[in-house]
Ligand binder design. Structure first.
Ligand code: PGA
Length: 259
């Protein structure tokens, strides 16, 4: 199975020219790469400028970092799933912990975004993960928390039958994300346990096998340790995806992990 790497650029780089150079670099490194798919998720404002550079057959695709749940209307500042589709965007990240924290995104909002995106034909990358206080309470507490997040975020998924296989989950323990105060990556073994748990939960609740990725301070030094497990289908990479040297090494490592 191909490994899937999501490069989440967050609110960077600051200039479109830099974004174009970084994307072009990704495209060059990925030429003839059959084992890996890279999804680059730039800020909204760059998507239209970058979409003309990426071809449908390329193993580099574009994704958005967010979306709104209505297809049109008086929703100042929002972007609809239809608008993303019109730019040939295939993927959208939904429920990132930074949006949950700084924009007060609730599970109910995330659920509406997921259903609307799937109906529009987008592939959804749903982020879930616990904070440090929950992690300190132990594995059972983490599992309970994630089970509740998934239940609320994926409510109604069975009704969008043909689309439910278009969901990807990124397990991102909030404390492991590079910008959090306590940041250091999770251990691959602990991440593997939770990823297996997520997969079993989704199969039992929604009868669908989904790819699950790891995210949280993933970089060229640790990514191979996560991806060596077949159950970990890829990684969501933030900070390291903005550094040319890291992008080169990550692509090299991941290409040798896929099969
Ligand atoms: P990080 O970000 O790789 O910088 O920790 C991951 C994320 O927030 O998606």
């Amino acid at each position: 199975m191909k490994k899937l790497i999501i490069f989440n650029w967050k609110m960077a780089p600051q200039l479109l020219g830099e974004a174009k150079r970084l994307l072009a670099y990704n495209l060059r490194r990925m030429t003839n790469n059959k084992n890996t798919e890279i999804i680059v998720c730039p800020p909204f404002i760059y998507l239209s400028g970058l979409s003309s550079v990426v071809s449908r057959r390329s193993s580099v695709k574009l994704g958005a970092q967010n979306v709104f749940w209505e297809s049109s209307g008086a929703y100042t500042g929002e972007i609809s799933p239809t608008m993303l589709k019109d730019l040939d965007i295939e993927y959208v990240i939904i429920g990132h912990s930074e949006r949950r924290k700084y924009l007060n995104e609730t599970d109910e909002m995330i659920n509406k975004k997921i259903l609307a995106s799937l109906k529009a034909g987008l592939k959804v990358i749903l982020c879930v993960g616990e904070d440090l206080a929950i992690r300190r309470r132990g594995k059972k507490a983490v599992e309970n928390f994630i089970e509740k997040q998934l239940e609320k975020d994926l409510r109604g998924l069975s009704k969008v039958k043909s689309q439910k296989s278009k969901v990807i989950v990124a397990y991102e323990p909030v404390w492991a994300i590079s910008t959090s105060k306590s940041s250091h990556s999770d251990t691959p073994e602990d991440a593997l346990e939770i990823i297996k748990y997520i997969k079993s939960l989704v199969i039992s609740q929604w009868s669908v096998v989904i790819p699950v990725l790891y995210g949280g301070s993933a970089d060229s030094k640790n990514i191979a340790d996560f991806l060596k497990y077949k159950e970990i289908n890829g990684a969501l990479v933030g900070q390291a995806s903005l550094k040319i040297g890291e992008v080169r090494k990550i692509i090299e490592i991941v290409s040798s992990c896929g099969s």
